[in-house]
Design a binder for this molecule. Structure first.
Ligand SMILES: Nc1ncnc2c1ncn2[C@@H]1O[C@H](COP(=O)(O)OP(=O)(O)OP(=O)(O)O)[C@@H](O)[C@H]1O
Ligand SMILES: [Mg+2]
Length: 521
């Protein structure tokens, strides 16, 4: 074990875990792992998808017990039987997959089970809303605490989850990929908050796949690989590429392997496609937009949060039939697309941003999920045959490196990044003509990202047209042939691969004069 943090008995260790092991059927998720959280310091936990990061956090937060090992706080051994016991010991966790109740309001979610009461014992809604607003303000989320959570976009939901953890006033705060769905602006607010919490002496464990976040917040770093701890040391001891090497266990080839495909005929044309705020509104979420994608072409859709990228993709995919209008042409033929079923039949596939809501059925197996989209198309009839379904799933499992003991494993038990790979596989099975991707590498580790980029490139070489929304500039610059920039629901610029740079794209994406659109939905 290289460079273990020395666990002095000094008062600055808030929590230390030693020799933690945990197995699930077919997987040794953690093998003799240690981690130390110190007062006022942030320990960044790194590792590939499936390395065991969330499992370790779940053990620290009392979600389930370890098979072996111990957790010490103030030198005393802790055995958490339930999350509530960890909470009482001062540990709060922001889970990777959001745990909010979608039908309840923001405030109700934050104070669930701990609602402030009036003297008569009734829930004190006004007090609760006031407290919720106070928690949300420093996080830069201007949303009415009475709003139902399901009406919030993903990033906003994540901020609510963070506010909920903060309301517990914990001494140890665990954040499992808290920024994966946030805009830069929100990330800045979270970083400010992290600095304040550290100054107050809170110890933080922070899981991320975005190494460029580390210089802003990290004090220590812990690297997991295949369930083992391969580094635990102060941050800054080695450069990032060395940390990556530790994560993946070998030298990583170039992150962005762009191979240019031959560009063919137009495969998708969108003409004056628009989305109104509501059925009878004259106000647009997406103003009439026209764009086209050719065979073999990867078109990037860039924009700031709220620019309308997700909504535009959803309109193309027939998800808003009542509020959208405009024309969609596939391979030169006008198609009426008023439902996802029609979209799939026309040759479209959409891998959505929020895999938990639109992408996956968590209780179903990897194979069933991968077979799901194919089952919905005429071409896919016959795929319900479990043997063929299994064979198909195994092919994608190997190709994308989906980490699971078998394809019969319920998707619920896969790590976050591996769930994302299942979503992609599912849409690839229907062999679409145009693949619509919304933030395809959210929560994906560096190595798997690379695999996904190569896969997208390979598909493009095979003649597929790709329209990919991404908020990651390096990603979009590296793999798109052409980039369309949206700002406040309109096309604000279009750039070829050679013209585009981070600066040019950002400039085009910034709203003109007005402050950035901050919508809840
Ligand atoms: N409840 C469970 N039942 C079975 N296997 C599980 C369960 N929870 C996790 N696993 C498996 O344990 C391993 C570690 O998963 P974990 O979620 O801890 O990974 P992670 O490092 O958080 O990955 P990611 O970056 O993708 O979130 C994976 O192989 C995962 O499939
Ligand atoms: Mg995880």
């Amino acid at each position: 074990m290289p460079d273990l943090l020395t666990d002095s008995e000094s008062g600055d260790v808030l929590l230390s875990a030693r020799g933690i092991s945990k197995s699930f059927p077919g997987v040794r998720a953690l093998d003799n792992v240690q981690i130390t959280v110190r007062r006022g310091r942030l320990n960044a936990v790194l590792g590939e998808n499936g390395a065991g990061k969330s499992t370790l956090m779940n053990i620290l937060a009392g979600v389930f017990p370890p098979d072996a090992g111990e957790i010490l706080m103030k030198g005393r051994r802790q055995t958490f039987k339930r999350p509530h016991e960890a909470q009482q010991a001062g540990i709060a966790i922001i889970h990777q997959e959001l745990n909010l109740l979608r039908e309840l309001s923001v405030a109700e979610n934050i104070f669930l089970g701990r609602e402030p009461r009036t003297r008569l014992g009734l829930v004190n809604y006004s007090g609760m809303h006031r407290d919720a607003a106070a928690l949300l303000a420093p996080l830069d989320l201007s949303v009415d605490p009475g709003t139902q959570v399901r009406k919030l976009r993903l990033g906003a939901q994540q901020v609510v989850e963070i506010a909920k953890a903060l309301s517990l006033d914990a001494r140890v705060l665990i954040m499992d990929e808290p920024t994966s769905a946030l805009s830069d602006h929100e990330v800045e607010a979270i970083f400010r908050l992290i600095r304040q919490l550290k100054a107050r002496g809170v110890g933080i464990i922070y899981i991320t796949h975005k190494l460029d976040e580390l210089p802003h917040i990290a004090d220590d770093v812990t690297v997991l690989r295949d369930g083992k701890c391969v580094a635990a040391e102060p941050y800054g001891k080695r450069p990032h590429d060395e940390l990556i090497r530790l994560m993946v266990g070998r030298e990583l080839a170039e992150l962005f392997p762009k191979s240019v495909a031959a560009i063919g005929e137009e495969v998708l044309r969108v003409a004056n496609l628009s989305l109104r705020r509501s059925e009878h509104s004259a106000d647009y979420t997406v103003c009439p937009t026209s764009l086209r994608v050719r065979q073999g072409e990867i078109v990037g859709l860039f924009g700031l949060m709220g620019a309308g990228r997700t909504e535009l993709l959803q309109c193309i995919f027939g998800l808003h039939p009542r509020r959208s209008s405009g024309e969609i042409w596939i391979e030169g033929k006008r198609r009426s697309i008023r439902s996802p079923r029609q979209a799939i039949a026309a040759g479209l596939a959409l891998a959505p941003e929020d895999r938990k809501v639109d992408g996956l059925v968590l209780a179903m197996s990897v194979a069933e999920n991968i077979g799901l989209a194919a089952g919905a198309t005429a071409r896919g009839i016959g795929l319900a045959d479990p043997r063929r379904e299994g064979a198909l799933a195994r092919r994608y499992m190997n190709q994308l490196g989906i980490k699971t003991p078998t394809v019969a494993q319920p998707v619920r038990y896969l790590s976050g990044g591996n769930q994302q790979k299942v979503v992609l596989s599912k849409w690839l099975t229907i062999k679409p003509k145009v693949l619509l991707l919304d933030e395809p590498t959210r929560g994906i580790d560096v190595n798997a990202k690379r695999e996904i980029y190569s896969l997208i490139n390979e598909l493009a070489r095979g003649g597929l047209g790709v329209l990919m929304a991404s908020s990651e500039l390096p990603e979009i610059l590296a793999i798109a042939d052409r980039i369309v920039v949206l700002s406040e629901g309109r096309v604000a610029g279009e750039f070829s691969r050679d013209e585009a740079s981070e600066e040019i794209l950002l400039k085009a994406a910034l709203p003109s004069g007005r402050p950035p659109a901050r919508q809840a939905g």
